[in-house]
Design a protein around this ligand. Structure first.
Ligand code: GLN
Length: 189
C-alpha cells in the first residue's frame, strides 16, 4: 500500500532499521508477540524515543495496543506513548471479526470501509487525543495525538489508500488531498 502511493517502505526488525525513517507503522498481528519480540530485540526504547521525538508513528490493531498508555490486561506490555486506554479483543473471538463503514475526520466525505479483525477498542481518550472515527455505538476506533496515529482496524486490507496518504502527510510527505482518487492501484488479495 505504501509503495503504491509513492513511499519508500522498508521492514523494521532491529533498532538500527529505524535510522533515517520519516515514520513507522506498527502493524496488526498479535500484540503479545510484538511485545515479546520488541523486548527481545531491544526495540522498545528506540521506538518510544522515536514517538517522543515527534516522529510519525502509526499503530494498526495490535500496533495500536502497543502504543497505548494502558490496556486492560497485564500482558502484553504496551509502549505507553499515546494517552489512550485500550481493550484487546473487544468484540470477541476471531469469528466475531466484522467490517463497518466509518466517517473518518480529515479524510473527506466518502465513508471509509474498515475491516476489524479480532480488534481492540479505545476505552479512554486523553485530553490531547483527537478522535478521528468512532463506531456507530460511539466507541473510538481511530485517534490521533500530534505525530501519533492509531486505528483499531486494518487499512492495508482495503484498496482505499486514504489513511496511508494521511499518515504520509504526518510523516512529512505531500499534504493530504481529500480529492485524490480513493483507489491508487487495483489490488489482488
Ligand atoms: N487480537 C490481536 C491482539 O490482541 C490483534 C489482532 C489484529 O492485529 N488484527 O493483539
Amino acid at each position: 500500500m505504501l509503495r503504491s502511493i509513492g513511499a519508500v517502505a522498508t521492514e523494521v526488525r532491529l533498532p538500527g532499521h529505524l535510522d533515517g525513517l520519516d515514520g513507522l507503522i506498527i502493524p496488526g498481528g498479535e500484540s503479545t508477540t510484538l511485545s515479546r519480540l520488541m523486548s527481545l530485540y531491544d526495540l522498545r526504547q528506540p521506538v518510544a524515543d522515536m514517538a517522543a521525538a515527534g516522529r510519525a508513528v502509526w499503530g494498526t490493531c495490535a500496533g495500536m495496543i502497543m502504543l497505548a498508555s494502558e490496556i486492560t490486561e497485564a500482558d502484553p506490555i504496551p509502549l505507553a506513548v499515546m494517552d489512550v486506554g485500550v481493550q484487546r479483543n473487544a468484540f470477541g473471538r476471531q469469528v466475531d471479526s466484522f467490517e463497518q463503514d466509518l466517517t473518518v475526520a480529515g479524510l473527506g466525505p466518502d465513508p471509509y470501509h474498515a475491516i476489524f479483525i479480532r480488534a481492540p477498542v479505545i476505552i479512554r481518550v486523553g485530553k490531547s487525543v483527537e478522535v478521528l472515527a468512532a463506531l456507530s455505538d460511539g466507541r473510538p476506533v481511530a485517534v490521533r495525538q500530534d505525530s501519533l496515529l492509531a486505528t483499531s482496524f486494518h487499512p492495508e486490507l482495503t484498496a482505499d489508500a486514504r489513511i496511508h496518504r494521511y499518515f504520509l502527510a504526518m510523516a512529512g510527505g505531500p499534504p493530504f488531498d481529500a480529492d485524490a482518487p480513493l483507489i491508487e492501484t487495483p489490488r489482488v488479495r
